[in-house]
Write a protein that binds this ligand. Structure first.
Ligand code: 5GP
Length: 174
């Protein structure tokens, strides 16, 4: 099936919003350091830009979880494909995610990382689709609330394509 992508959020809008989130985080964590855990692959572009806007000391780690695969519907089951490499004891963790959809991924992560000894765990997502929520979880920092549409770009893919788009776009099937 052919498809095309319509711009939903421009590169400029996204950049400005990330700057604001970075300022907020820098204020909230004044006098502390933050440990960013980037959820691969989708959140990688967001995490890099966000980390550059945070002024308190930052460390980073990466985790990869089961995701959409090649379809646009969530499998509903979360499993770890690549785990973090650094211990979490006493750290102020912020999970950096591309988008909160059903909320299953973030809920699972929050509980898992707390159990592993983090001092606290907050959630930061570039995008939020509140209409799609199945489990009760809210991100602490959100870039944009968007309608229930399948989006790509800025790290997000459709069948591994479109991650490199510098904007967020909605996929329209022709
Ligand atoms: P959740 O566990 O909240 O249902 O799923 C979150 C994950 O589903 C995201 O990290 C992302 O990988 C995938 N996802 C949800 N909505 C979209 C979307 O509109 N576009 C893309 N590319 N992935 C999505």
């Amino acid at each position: 099936m052919a498809e095309h992508v319509e711009v939903m959020l421009s590169e400029d809008e996204i950049g400005q919003r990330i700057r604001k989130i970075g300022e907020r985080i820098s204020k909230d964590y004044e006098g502390k350091s933050v440990h960013l855990i980037c959820i691969l692959k989708g959140a990688s572009f967001f995490m890099c830009e966000l980390a550059k806007r945070i002024t308190v000391p930052v460390s980073i780690d990466f985790m990869s979880l089961s995701s959409y695969g090649s379809s646009t519907e969530s499998a509903g089951v979360v499993s770890i494909k690549k785990d973090i490499e650094e211990p979490l004891d006493g750290r102020h963790v912020i999970v950096v995610e591309d988008i909160v959809d059903t909320g299953r991924t973030l809920k699972y992560l929050k509980e898992l990382l707390k159990d592993r000894g983090a001092a606290d765990v907050k959630l930061c997502a570039l995008l939020d689709k509140p209409d799609r929520r199945v489990v009760d979880v809210e991100a602490d920092y959100i870039g944009f609330k968007i309608p229930d549409e399948f989006v790509v770009g800025y790290g997000l893919d459709y069948d591994q394509r479109y991650r490199n788009l510098p904007y967020i776009g909605a996929v329209k099937f022709d």
